[in-house]
Design a protein around this ligand. Structure first.
Ligand SMILES: [Zn+2]
Length: 226
């Protein structure tokens, strides 16, 4: 399976196409140069709740998050939307999610657009026993991120950047990855550095190698849900 196959499906623009399998490891993608994402504390708290539920109920959770490109390849995320609709295991954005997205990316403040960046976030449960590789992003996920970048440019005030974010549960713990589809160069990139901003406005690295939702003492940042 070549990446070009998925990019061709993205360029066809038919969002109902199903692309099967998980052929690519996003951690091997080329890094978007000097890229980072900073999640505001409340947003990270939301993601932690999702992954806890994912572990408890063995199904996916997700939502859109919203933010702004604050410097070259640096994104600050400060808001999140309603939950994606849950099917048996998978989640899908619904009409309500998309309507909310349209409203949010058209918000303005005194400095212009409030949000020009949308994170498509979802979790993958640990289904290793069924041969499922939780670390690996699915082809359908990549396809969805590409469709968003190509087909969901909603504002006349400039480009909206869509980031795909996956948090997965595995026997090795929790992992999180963020990818960006550059539709000008037709390539997927990994955004390597993930931070959060605490209530004192301190920026701290999220180290998901040590992320553990069972033994909170092993977290390298303070658990939010105490
Ligand atoms: Zn997925």
């Amino acid at each position: 399976m070549e990446m070009q196959y998925i990019i061709n499906r993205i360029n066809e623009g038919n969002s109902t196409v199903v692309v099967d399998g998980a052929h690519f490891n996003q951690f091997n993608f080329q890094e978007l140069p000097n890229s980072s994402i900073i999640f505001q504390e409340n947003c990270l708290k939301k993601l932690v709740t999702y992954i806890k539920n994912t572990r408890n109920y063995k199904k996916e959770y997700g939502c859109f998050l919203y933010g702004k490109v604050i410097a070259n390849n640096t994104i600050y995320i400060e808001d999140f939307g309603i939950d994606f609709a849950s099917e048996k295991i998978n989640v899908q954005p619904t009409k309500e999610n998309v309507e909310e997205l349209k409203q949010k990316v058209n918000l303005y403040n005194t400095k212009g657009r409030q949000y020009d960046c949308v994170v498509h976030f979802h979790t993958h449960p640990n289904l290793e026993s069924s041969g499922y590789l939780p670390k690996q992003i699915s082809d359908q996920d990549l396809f969805a991120y590409g469709i968003l970048q190509n087909n969901f440019q909603l504002s006349n005030m400039g480009i909206t950047y869509y980031i795909g974010c996956l948090m997965s549960d595995s026997s090795n713990g929790i992992q999180m990855s963020c990818v960006y589809y550059d539709n000008t160069g037709e390539n997927f990139y990994l955004i390597q550095d993930l931070f959060y901003e605490d209530s004192k406005k301190q920026i701290k690295k999220i180290d998901f190698n040590n992320f553990d939702i069972v033994e909170t003492r092993r977290w390298n940042f303070k658990p939010f849900y105490k």
